[in-house]
Design a protein around this ligand. Structure first.
Ligand code: GLN
Length: 232
């Protein structure tokens, strides 16, 4: 890794609808506050996807935008290559669907994903909108997770994928198995907007520590803790 931690913000031009680009800013800010150099590298539909970055974040999107993203990621497999060497990837909402095996849009069209996650997604009878609180299943996380969900798709985990967290309130993956999100290798997917990392600093530091291979000094910010208390 170079001295500057390089955070890939993947396709914010199409996967930026729900403010999830804020996750990249949170990662950068938590490093800068510790005196560690960091930069956000924005990768748009005009760019091939680089495989050399330290970690990657992808945000949610509408069905039509997520189709454009799927095409781009299939054409330039930098994200797939980075994940294969263990670079952390955080995929929010539509990004879970795009990184999965296939997803069906609200209009019933089935689109092949890029198969980084062994999941499939199909529209549910009603849209899930509201706060979601969950208990992490991923080793290394101890704090309850909170976010805002807004999705029609329901995601089913295949045998190579495991749940990221168990739903305490809200909907999560939405197929009745009580799971919120998905973990497979170095890829974490979640339905939490927020942005998720602003509301869940333990998850932000988890991703940074995995990317850097170090243990970071604790960084407790009172306004973030206040927000957490309000949402739990
Ligand atoms: N279009 C997808 C769905 O409705 C994802 C929405 C999102 O990213 N919030 O399921």
């Amino acid at each position: 890794m170079s001295e500057t931690v390089r955070i890939g913000l993947v396709l914010p031009d199409v996967m930026g609808t729900y403010g999830d680009s804020g996750n990249a800013l949170v990662l950068r800010q938590r490093l800068l506050m510790r005196g560690i150099a960091a930069e956000v590298v924005s990768v748009t539909l005009s760019d091939p996807v680089p495989e050399s970055l330290d970690l990657y974040v992808l945000g949610g999107a509408e069905d039509s935008a997520q189709r454009l993203a799927t095409k781009h990621l299939a054409r330039y497999p930098g994200l797939q290559n980075a994940a294969s060497r263990g670079a952390p990837v955080l995929a929010i909402c539509a990004a879970i669907q795009v990184l999965g095996n296939w997803y069906e849009t609200s209009s019933g069209e089935r689109v092949d994903g890029v198969s980084m996650l062994d999941v499939t997604t199909a529209p549910q009878p009603t849209r899930s909108i509201g706060e979601v609180v969950s208990t992490p299943s991923l080793a290394g996380l101890t704090q309850k997770l909170t976010g805002f969900e807004n999705h029609r798709g329901g995601t089913t985990l295949g045998p190579s994928a495991t749940g990221f967290a168990r739903v305490a309130s809200g909907v999560g993956n939405g197929v009745g198995d009580g799971q919120e999100g998905v973990v497979q290798g170095s890829v974490i997917g979640t339905y939490m907007h927020g942005p998720a990392l602003a509301r869940n600093p333990e998850l932000a530091d988890y991703l940074l520590e995995k990317a850097m291979g170090v243990t970071l000094e604790p960084l407790v910010l009172e306004d973030v803790e206040q927000l957490r208390r309000e949402r739990l």
